[in-house]
Ligand binder design. Structure first.
Ligand SMILES: Cc1cc2nc3c(=O)[nH]c(=O)nc-3n(C[C@H](O)[C@H](O)[C@H](O)COP(=O)(O)OP(=O)(O)OC[C@H]3O[C@@H](n4cnc5c(N)ncnc54)[C@H](O)[C@@H]3O)c2cc1C
Length: 517
């Protein structure tokens, strides 16, 4: 045994990093095990060609689809996890998302807790991650107990025009919530220089509110917190009766190490966390750890998303574009049979992103032509909810390789949202026939590889027969095993999952502090 800790946290992303930041102040001995290393701060962080064409920060993993075909998942193994690359659009789920919602392809199930129970944790997460926004603008949002810590990021002129035109057309646009270290009132003292690289890039100046900057680094300032990087957790060992995790088996620098913790929190991301549990099968847990329900790895979701570029006649010289959101079509209402989802703006198109996302389409197009298209581009991100299906699942083979069987859901709803966007585009003066559908960080050419919003593989619930975790995210079957990343989500809603994972990690962290006290 290499060492003994009060808590071992596996993975340092939105879930694990946030959990560490809550537990750090307890003085308990905490070990963070992270498969990746610190993401290097280098000029390539901001180089779209390096990021989008060369995939500099994408892992070299190979996963396999249901037919056994290999693909390269868009995963990023670094301290901070996927948040190193995320767009930091930090939305709350709507209150209705915590209840049952009927979709064309099935039910989005109810959560074992309500929005009201989650609300205080959302507020804490918004304050921890320095979210900029304006509660009260979006008519679909739920009750909020405290305004955002920072005012909404201001629209640049073209986005302000679009927002005004939308309002004139009867829509209800709002300022999108965004986690960045920006102080618009004191620009000289602001870490964020308001460049155009939040979405999909690491931030060279550490001005994006990612889990490394906001949670992990501050936690490491305390003596009771230790981080091991390049430490890949392979499996978990249990006590003879199977009721406790007694060993965390790690491969690090080519060696096998085993660590023990009174509490073990798996926060490796929805696919990897399920993989670790399945890899930990033993006589006591023949189907994998915590898997008596046969639910581990099932109900994988990742949103039915669409990135759409509007090519405007007018130049769009916006730099920081993702300041606007529209939830007018979130619910089934006003004659719409189905809920359609969320529309938000994303990082501005650039020639390298276009080449990286559409290599075949853009192969013969010269860089200058793409640059000109990008100068006129107005970029939207459409998110439709993906419903959980038992057969959309992660499994591992005898070599430990991840297999992901997935078929997309709610296609009619996604198409409906796209149609609504076309109407909107007309309303704000951009011709709808100038819309191009494009791939973005959800790679639609190989849809399964776009795992940015992966969730749902170890859902929480009150019934051990249909869920993996209890309401505190503790495995039903084991007394000291928790899963605290997007795996716990029984449904994914139609907004980005990051803030929900962070809020939940704070909630579980407070539960663990009480338990350890
Ligand atoms: C390009 C991109 C843009 C995004 N934009 C947004 C956005 O704007 N808003 C939003 O809300 N969400 C966004 N997301 C999604 C968001 O980042 C994720 O939902 C969130 O980070 C998931 O948190 P997590 O804790 O489940 O996993 P992660 O944050 O990925 O953390 C998992 C961690 O576990 C580590 N790990 C994996 N396997 C092992 C192992 N075997 N042993 C040890 N460590 C391991 C990983 O290296 C990683 O550090 C985006 C994601 C991407 C990739």
């Amino acid at each position: 045994m290499t060492g003994r800790y009060d808590v071992i946290i596996i993975g340092t992303g939105a879930g694990g990093g946030t959990l560490a930041s809550v537990l750090a102040r307890s003085g308990k001995k905490i070990l963070l095990l992270e498969r990746g290393d610190f993401l290097p701060r280098e000029k390539e962080n901001w180089d779209p060609a390096q990021v989008f064409i060369d995939g500099r920060y994408v892992s070299e993993d190979t996963w396999f689809d249901a037919a056994g075909k290999p693909f390269q998942p868009q995963v990023h193994y670094f301290v901070g996890g996927a948040t190193k690359m995320y767009g930091a659009a930090l939305y709350r789920l709507r209150p209705a998302d915590f209840g049952e919602i009927t979709h064309e392809d099935g039910l989005s199930p109810a959560w074992p807790l309500s929005y009201e129970e989650m609300e205080p944790w959302y507020t804490r997460a918004e304050w921890l991650y320095q979210v900029h926004g304006a509660h009260g603008e979006d008519p679909t949002e739920g009750h909020w107990s405290k305004q955002y810590p920072w005012p909404a990021v201001t629209h640049e002129p073209r986005i302000e025009q679009i927002s005004d035109s939308l309002r004139a057309g009867g829509y209800q646009p709002f300022h999108a919530p965004c986690g960045i270290l920006l102080d618009e009132a004191h620009r000289a003292a602001s870490a964020c220089i308001r460049c155009d690289t939040c979405d999909g890039h690491p931030c060279l100046v550490h001005a994006k509110a990612d889990a490394e900057v906001i949670a992990v680094r501050p936690a490491l300032a305390r003596e009771n917190v230790t981080l091991l990087v390049n430490a890949k957790v392979e499996r978990l060992e249990t006590s003879p009766d199977g009721g406790l995790v007694t060993g965390v088996v790690v491969s690090r620098d080519g060696a096998r190490e085993v660590y023990a913790g009174d509490i073990v929190a798996v926060c490796a991301g929805a696919a990897a966390s399920a993989g670790i549990l399945l890899q930990s099968a033993s006589d006591r847990h023949p189907a994998g750890l915590a898997n008596a329900s046969d639910q581990v790895g099932r109900n994988y979701m990742f949103h039915n998303s669409n990135a759409v570029v509007g090519i405007d006649k007018q130049l769009n010289e916006t730099v920081f574009q993702k300041t606007l959101g529209i939830n007018d079509f979130y619910f089934a209402a006003n004659g719409r049979e189905w809920p359609l989802g969320n529309i938000q703006m994303v990082g501005k198109s650039n020639w390298a992103a276009m080449k990286g996302e559409e290599p075949k389409l853009t192969k013969l197009v010269p860089r200058m032509a793409l640059e000109e298209v990008a100068r006129h581009a107005v970029d939207f991100w459409l998110t439709t909810e993906d419903v959980p299906r038992p057969d959309n699942r992660v499994t591992v083979d005898r070599n430990g390789d991840v297999h992901l069987a997935y078929s997309q859901t709610n296609e009619t709803e996604a198409r409906g949202l796209y149609r609504e966007l076309r109407k909107i585009i007309n309303d704000v003066g951009m011709a709808a026939h100038h819309l191009l559908q494009k791939n973005f960080y959800m790679n639609m050419a190989i849809p399964i590889a776009g795992v940015a919003h992966q969730a749902g593989t170890c859902r929480f619930g009150t019934d051990p027969a249909t869920s993996v975790l209890d309401v505190n995210c503790k495995a039903h079957q084991l007394d000291n095993l928790y899963v605290v990343d997007t795996s716990f989500m029984p449904s994914i809603g139609a907004v980005n999952p990051g803030l929900t994972v962070m809020a939940n990690a704070i909630r579980v962290g407070e539960h663990l502090l009480q338990r350890m006290a």
